[in-house]
Design a protein around this ligand. Structure first.
Ligand SMILES: Cc1cc2nc3c(=O)[nH]c(=O)nc-3n(C[C@H](O)[C@H](O)[C@H](O)COP(=O)(O)OP(=O)(O)OC[C@H]3O[C@@H](n4cnc5c(N)ncnc54)[C@H](O)[C@@H]3O)c2cc1C
Length: 432
């Protein structure tokens, strides 16, 4: 980002802070406490649960989450690069409990929008006045012949939900012979974390540069362009010899035959449109859709959930809000920062409604950092406003941008520290 863009970004982002400042709702005597049930304790769900309680401490907020702790996908590529452990990106829910959120370990299996009840796998029912659903993504199995959930868990991990598969992929890269080949299959748009597959290739290259300098990483991609492409290629050229015969990273785009048709898991062989590629390690990131509860609760149209982008209330069912990756929130990307920003807008809209007020006109923020290598970070940032006429979320002109091309080593190094401090801040904002 240039200095001018950075200043404009900070000014516009101040709009978000100002929004927060207007949210000191007076505690009204509403009779029995209003109940909000939140499904999914990831970025969107945790943030909305915390901010609902902060905005109106009289609310009874229940968070239903399958797992006892949350492992962030963001920074999980650094586990592959060897910079972090999985423990360092895993967090419990005690912070939310301290905010008065009732955290329930269970899985939501249905939502009755008429009776206003969430049903769970253990057979319980949770009544709500408002329900928020932030279940993240699920995978569209069947798009690549020969690839399925079982193979992903055992031998060809997607590692696109951080956890055991991240560690499996890490172990496979460690066990790979020197001069071995890692194949990454990038998914079609839209998907969680648009720069993620390319940051992953960078982090694996970082590990290999130190431990297996003759290794190759091949990215097979159905797309002809990807997020922050120019900056990634600048980093790959500087750090990993991109564009030379000895390049550690090779990217094969859609028009070069990068679309993948099938996997032979036993041979670790991939049939792409033109050529067959054999790997020592294969990482397929499948096409994506909203998490299963979005379909069980009739919130999806096609793969994602349409919402009123002023409030994030579902366009299919009143009093149910859908946040984060599962929502159709173009032009915001599917990112943690976006889910965190949307959660605050939804919390404010829900509390406004309970207090008989009109929801405000929101602004949203997103920044995505990628760590390409040692002391080499890049970013893209934007501030967005809601266009009521088209129900779209549009970037505010001159309020963001990408890191400058050919920036000084000092700027690239600083972006790495910004990435790490953003990580601490967002965890603090959602869970502490
Ligand atoms: C490799 C990688 C790197 C990334 N890096 C970045 C980055 O640098 N910056 C960034 O902004 N974003 C990044 N992201 C994207 C980010 O992780 C997601 O966009 C973000 O987590 C979305 O938040 P969410 O609330 O929609 O879903 P999630 O955070 O995925 O949370 C969903 C939660 O819901 C729970 N759940 C699902 N269904 C149910 C159910 N029925 N009942 C109960 N619980 C349920 C799940 O267990 C999960 O805890 C990255 C993603 C990946 C894969």
């Amino acid at each position: 980002m240039t200095d001018i863009n950075r200043r404009a970004f900070i000014r516009a982002a101040g709009g978000v802070a100002a929004l927060g400042a207007t949210l000191g709702f007076p505690s009204l005597a509403l009779g029995s406490a209003r109940r909000v049930v939140v499904v999914g304790g990831g970025v969107g769900g945790s943030t909305v649960a915390k901010y609902l309680r902060k905005l109106d401490p009289t609310l009874a907020v229940t968070l239903i989450e399958t797992k006892p702790s949350y492992t962030t996908c963001f920074m999980s590529n650094e586990v592959l690069g060897g910079e972090r452990t999985l423990e360092s990106i895993t967090f419990g829910y005690d912070g939310l409990r301290r905010h008065g959120v009732d955290v329930v370990m269970d899985t939501a299996v249905g939502i009755d929008p008429v009776k206003k009840t969430v049903q769970t796998a253990s057979g319980k029912g949770f009544d709500y006045d408002a329900c928020v659903v932030s279940p993240g993504i699920d995978f569209k199995w069947g798009a690549i012949a020969g690839y399925n959930a079982e193979i992903a868990a055992n031998s060809v991990p997607h590692a696109w939900n951080a956890g055991p598969q991240t560690l499996l992929l890490r172990r496979q890269i460690e066990a790979m012979p020197e001069g071995g080949r890692v194949i990454i299959v990038a998914p079609p748009d839209p998907f969680k974390c648009p720069p993620g597959p390319y940051e992953r290739a960078s982090q694996i290259a970082l590990y290999c540069k130190h431990h297996k300098p003759r290794a190759k990483i091949i990215i097979l991609d159905a797309k002809d362009a990807f997020s922050k492409q120019g900056l990634f290629i600048e980093g790959w050229t500087k750090l990993y010899g991109y564009g030379t015969d000895n390049s550690m990273i090779q990217w094969v785009g859609g028009s070069g035959g990068g679309k993948v048709e099938s996997l032979d898991a036993a041979k670790l062989s991939i049939q792409a449109e033109i050529e067959e590629f054999k790997g020592d390690v294969v990482n397929i990131i499948p096409p994506q859709k909203a998490g299963a509860i979005a379909f069980a609760a009739d919130l999806a149209e096609g793969d994602w959930c349409p919402v009123n982008k002023r409030t994030f209330e579902s366009k299919r069912h009143k009093d149910i809000y859908v946040l984060g990756d599962a929502s159709s929130a173009a032009k915001m990307p599917k990112s943690a920062y976006a889910a965190n920003s949307q959660a605050k807008v939804a919390a404010a809209a829900i509390v406004s409604r309970f207090h008989g007020l009109e929801p405000g006109d929101p602004t949203f923020v997103n920044t995505c950092y990628s760590v390409v290598g040692e002391d080499f970070g890049i970013s893209v940032a934007a501030v967005y406003s809601h266009d009521a006429a088209t129900n779209s979320i549009e970037p505010i002109p001159n309020s963001g941008g990408i890191s400058p091309a050919k920036a000084s080593p000092e700027i690239r190094k600083r972006e790495v520290s910004y990435a790490h401090s953003w990580f601490k801040n967002v965890i603090n904002d959602m869970l502490e």
